[in-house]
Ligand binder design. Structure first.
Ligand code: UD1
Ligand code: CA
Length: 461
């Protein structure tokens, strides 16, 4: 087999997206469309990847972090053939090319491999049989039989009414030896309905050169669907998510509804994981064995260990949770939250940049930031770490077995000693010693005899 040079066409403007973001940077499954194409390209073991870019060029280049790419600019978009011409200097005569489209994210690597195999000697074209072929280039064969000789590709706008009836269409993905490709590229003309340099004209030249034109016909339409509009983006996003959900089910994850999960990144699951409806997973998320995720959770860049239960409406971002813990409902773990095993984090609790030790509980209405909480600590309802003076952040340390009464403010920097108890309603500004009760309430409690509740003032009619 020859070395493989992959050319990805990504210079199109994407006018129908009605967006200031270049088309190939819109996301499918949380990743730019072009990244999906690159994922497929990388699997094919190419010696070179050349991306032809145009509209939004610099933005595209900076968004794509893969570093062994040859970027080639197509300043004016004069057609697909003109786009490939821009890459000509990078094509070695002894290699072969695979042409991919930058806006087709679900492209399938094993189908591309099949195409590449034929493209070692032939011109090989990936085709699709489409009930409604409108808009596509038609595969014109010697007869109506799908195994008869391919003669040319005719674009929609150039097709005769008879050719418009042809249902076999060009997907735009092609493979061929570089030597021939280069000679054909030099022959391209733009005397057609759109005044463009069509890549598809190379089929005629291949026939003239007596080169075999092979086809690989895909049965998976999504794998060759290009994204031209927000409608296409939504359709392909759903197709991507459905496929992903099916893979999760296949690997043994229980999904309450496979149409109500979105994975925008990678989700790795252990055994007997249960995921309820409407959850979104972003970035890299790992769920250990027996983890269950309640409905409506958003979990991003997180690892959740064995046996932990995440209840409904919990948000987790850049955080880790040890095993056998109970989180939520309505909990929020923000970046740097590191919870050990057997922790309980309850409703309306926000944890940010803080460690929570084994067996500790923060069950209700708290903010814990920039803190280190030891083992078996109980944090009462409404406790707040005052970690920020408006300019700087300070740390709160709560040692093992401490008990913090409800509605306490811990003004950092401050340390609560091992086994200390803080009385409810305290504002703690100095370190609290171990094993003692510390309290600090604004005023002693008093009662006012004869006090009456305010009465409602009647409005004049
Ligand atoms: C092209 C094919 C058509 C095929 C269809 C499949 C040609 C002449 N036609 O048509 O046979 O059925 O794709 O979707 O090849 N691009 C550039 N520079 C350009 C023009 C396009 O980089 O000057 C890129 C676009 O970004 C896109 C791809 O090439 O990724 C296809 O371009 P598009 O304009 O969508 O081609 P179609 O006219 O749809
Ligand atoms: Ca197109």
């Amino acid at each position: 087999m020859k070395n493989l040079n992959i050319i990805i066409l990504a210079a199109g403007k994407g006018t129908r997206m009605h967006s200031s973001t270049p088309k190939v940077l819109h996301a499918i499954g949380g990743q730019p469309i072009l990244n999906h194409v690159l994922d497929c390209a990388n699997k094919l073991n190419p010696s070179k990847i050349i991306i032809v870019y145009g509209f939004g060029g610099e933005v595209v280049k900076t968004a794509i972090t893969q570093d062994n790419i040859i970027w080639v600019e197509q300043v004016e978009q004069k057609g697909t053939g003109h786009a490939v011409q821009q890459a000509i200097d990078h094509l070695n005569d002894s290699d072969q090319a695979l042409i991919m489209l930058g806006d087709v994210p679900l492209v399938n690597a094993s189908e591309c491999s099949e195409l590449i195999e034929s493209g070692n000697t032939d011109l090989a074209i990936m085709t699709l049989i489409k009930e409604d072929p409108t808009g596509y280039g038609r595969i014109v064969r010697a007869s109506s039989s799908y195994d008869s000789k391919v003669l040319q590709i005719t674009e929609q706008k150039d097709a005769s009414s008879e050719q418009q009836l042809i249902k076999e269409v060009n997907t735009g993905i092609m493979a061929m030896p570089n030597k021939q490709l280069k000679s054909w590229l030099l022959k391209l003309e733009n005397n057609n309905a759109q005044g463009e340099f069509y890549l598809t004209d190379i089929v005629k030249y291949a026939v003239d050169d007596k080169l075999n034109v092979a086809t690989v016909t895909t049965s998976d339409e999504y794998s060759v669907t290009g994204i031209n509009s927000k409608k296409d983006l939504e359709i392909i996003e759903r197709a991507y998510q459905t496929k992903n959900a099916e893979q999760l089910l296949f690997s043994g994850v229980t999904l309450k509804d496979k149409s109500r999960i979105d994975v925008r990144g990678t989700l790795n699951c252990g055994k007997d994981v249960i995921i309820d409806v409407n959850c979104i997973f972003e970035g890299k998320v790992t769920l250990g064995d027996n983890v269950s995720i309640g409905p409506n959770c958003v979990i991003k860049n997180a690892s959740i260990e064995t046996g932990t239960k995440i209840a409904a409406f919990t948000h987790i971002d850049d955080a880790s949770v040890g095993g056998d813990s109970k989180i939520g409902p309505f909990a929020r773990l923000r970046p740097g939250a590191k919870l050990a095993s057997n922790t309980h984090i309850g409703n309306f609790v926000e944890i940010k940049n803080a460690e929570v030790g084994v067996g500790s509980k923060v069950n209700h209405l708290s903010y814990i930031g920039d803190s280190v909480i030891g083992k078996s600590v109980n944090i009462g309802a409404g406790t707040i770490t005052c970690n920020y003076d408006g300019q700087n952040k300070f740390k709160t340390i709560i040692e093992d077995n401490a008990f913090i009464g409800s509605d306490t403010q811990l003004v950092a920097p401050v340390t609560i000693g091992r086994g200390a108890t803080i009385a409810a309603g305290s504002t703690i500004t100095k370190d609290a010693p171990s094993e003692q009760l510390t309290l600090c309430r604004a005023k002693a409690q008093k009662s006012i005899p004869g006090w009456k509740r305010p009465v409602k003032i009647k409005k004049e009619q």
